[in-house]
Design a binder for this molecule. Structure first.
Ligand SMILES: *[C@@H]1O[C@H](CO)[C@@H](O)[C@H](O)[C@H]1NC(C)=O
Ligand SMILES: *[C@@H]1O[C@H](CO)[C@@H](O)[C@H](O)[C@H]1NC(C)=O
Ligand SMILES: *[C@@H]1O[C@H](CO)[C@@H](O)[C@H](O)[C@H]1NC(C)=O
Ligand SMILES: *[C@@H]1O[C@H](CO)[C@@H](O)[C@H](O)[C@H]1NC(C)=O
Ligand SMILES: *[C@@H]1O[C@H](CO)[C@@H](O)[C@H](O)[C@H]1NC(C)=O
Ligand SMILES: *[C@@H]1O[C@H](CO)[C@@H](O)[C@H](O)[C@H]1NC(C)=O
Ligand SMILES: *[C@@H]1O[C@H](CO)[C@@H](O)[C@H](O)[C@H]1NC(C)=O
Length: 432
């Protein structure tokens, strides 16, 4: 059997086992009954049973993509643990804790991937506080990558990767997790840091799609910057589950792309049907008139990475912007191989950062036909103040980089998703 097929079958098996073991609640049964659906698969289901079972979900009326999940994965229906996770920086310092609501299985996966209970100084009785402390165990560091260490990477422009730019963009993207008024006024706490000297032009919040992006002019970069945030940190887990299980979305041919270039329909619709496409591009156009020679950096974290990828295409193809550069952090896969290769030709500068075993870059899975755009930069934390940054090969799916950490194609860590050069999430319970 070809390895890809074996992997797909194994992944299906894993899904089935997880599905069958998932404890169901009264609320879930009510929901299923309301819809006339059978809730669980059972261990003795045949392949035909499963196909029929799946078909009943696919036959549901169209709804926004994030609502089309399996019923037991609907937020609030699965019993969840509230934990506070403080990712650990390479120097050993703890980042601000994020509150996550994780089902038991996800919490276990995190514990396996390096979460350790930490004493919560504020309340020592609180045992729901975890520090992410074992990312040092990550590397089985391959030797044949181009590795840069901390000191080098700040200065090195090898491969055209400008780490100082990446660092600053990651700060802008972190700011996209603040609220609209503090971004528009550029008076959030984060706004005063490395990312000062920024003039916001447009802040776009689309409540229907829960998307936020902003565009402005960065003096230090002498560039127009677009930044998109991802999903709220509470719901990352549910969002990731949707990416794993919902395959029908790789269906949309990208307009004016070569035959067979497919993108995730949910991502495309989110970008194109929300206020993002029109208002962000309007902001970029206005800034271009004032700064005609400046490049446009398009950046984003998580779902925002997918938005950035699509936005960059929009700017290149529809607005004919000549110099568009993309830096994404923990982006999911956006389309298939044909799309990825075409994208790389249209947008010349594209860096896709991954971190340790971050779960998000492993979805939607490759066995469903999705394929990453190049070029990946894999950030690996080592213990005791040491970080390695691997510049991966031009394939987009370098098996020696982030992929090497993902068993059966799935990486497990949400905590790694929260820290990307800057703290990439709304730092509950702290301010912004
Ligand atoms: C297995 O199949 C039998 C016969 O169809 C059925 O009665 C039984 O409930 C199934 N087992 C489970 C755990 O669903
Ligand atoms: C993290 O691990 C290091 C080394 O094992 C240890 O010294 C430190 O106390 C740990 N920190 C936390 C918050 O668990
Ligand atoms: C930086 O990049 C250049 C060009 O690829 C490389 O030769 C060099 O070893 C790298 N490191 C430093 C410290 O310059
Ligand atoms: C930040 O700026 C916005 C817009 O100018 C303003 O409405 C808000 O009151 C300011 N907030 C603080 C804390 O200064
Ligand atoms: C988008 O821009 C239009 C026109 O300026 C404005 O009316 C609308 O409120 C903006 N939408 C968002 C979500 O910012
Ligand atoms: C986005 O939507 C508009 C209309 O809402 C459409 O004209 C356009 O072709 C779509 N696609 C792109 C890539 O902008
Ligand atoms: C926005 O964030 C700022 C800073 O964290 C806070 O002071 C303000 O109350 C928030 N505004 C809204 C409307 O949530």
């Amino acid at each position: 059997m070809r390895p890809a097929i074996t992997e797909a079958l194994l992944a299906v098996l894993v899904c089935l086992v997880v599905g069958a073991n998932g404890a169901t609640t009264a609320a879930q049964h009510r929901l299923a009954a309301d819809r006339g659906l059978r809730l669980d698969s059972s261990p003795n289901d045949t392949a035909a049973d499963l196909a029929a079972w799946r078909a009943q979900f696919e036959a549901l009326p169209p709804s926004p993509w994030w609502q089309r999940f399996w019923p037991w994965r609907q937020p609030g229906l699965e019993p969840q643990h509230l934990v506070r996770v403080a990712p650990m920086r390479p120097d050993g310092g703890l980042a601000a804790p994020a509150e996550l609501r994780l089902p038991a299985a996800a919490l276990e996966a995190e514990l396996g991937a390096g979460l350790a209970p930490a004493v919560n100084a504020a309340d020592p009785r609180d045992d729901s506080f975890y520090a992410y402390n074992s990312s040092a165990m990550t590397p089985l560091v391959p030797l044949w990558l181009s590795w840069m260490t901390d000191a080098e990477r700040m200065a090195n422009r090898s491969h055209g990767l400008d780490f100082a730019v990446a660092w600053r963009l990651s700060s802008y993207v972190a700011i996209s997790y603040c609220n609209v008024s503090s971004i528009a006024g550029w008076n959030c706490t984060r706004c005063g840091g490395i990312s000062a000297d920024f003039t916001p032009e447009q802040v776009v919040f689309d409540s229907a799609w829960d998307l936020l992006g902003f565009v402005g002019y960065s003096e230090p970069l002498d560039a127009i910057v677009v930044a998109f945030r991802g999903t709220d940190s509470h719901s990352i887990y549910n969002w990731v589950q949707n990416m794993r299980t919902w395959r029908t979305d790789l269906a949309l041919g990208y307009p004016n792309a070569p035959m067979g270039a497919l993108v995730h329909g949910g991502f495309f619709t989110s970008y194109n049907s929300s206020a993002l496409a029109s208002n962000i591009t309007a902001g970029v156009t206005a800034l271009r008139r004032r700064h005609p020679g400046s490049p446009v950096y398009v950046s984003g974290h998580s779902l925002g990475g997918a938005m950035a990828t699509l936005c960059a295409l929009d700017l290149r193809l529809n607005l004919k912007m000549p110099d568009v550069r993309v830096y994404t952090f923990g982006s999911p896969r956006v389309g298939n191989l044909i799309f990825a290769q075409w994208f790389e030709g249209v947008v010349q500068v594209h860096w896709r950062f991954t971190h340790n075993r971050d779960i998000v870059p492993s979805v939607p899975p490759g066995y469903m036909g999705f394929y990453h755009v190049a070029r990946e930069v894999w950030v690996v934390d080592l213990l005791y103040g040491h970080t390695l940054v691997g510049v991966c090969d031009a394939s987009g799916e370098d098996m020696a980089c982030h992929n090497s950490m993902c068993h059966l194609g799935l990486c497990s860590s949400l905590a790694d998703h929260l820290l990307y050069l800057s703290e990439m999430y709304s730092p509950h319970p702290m301010g912004c």
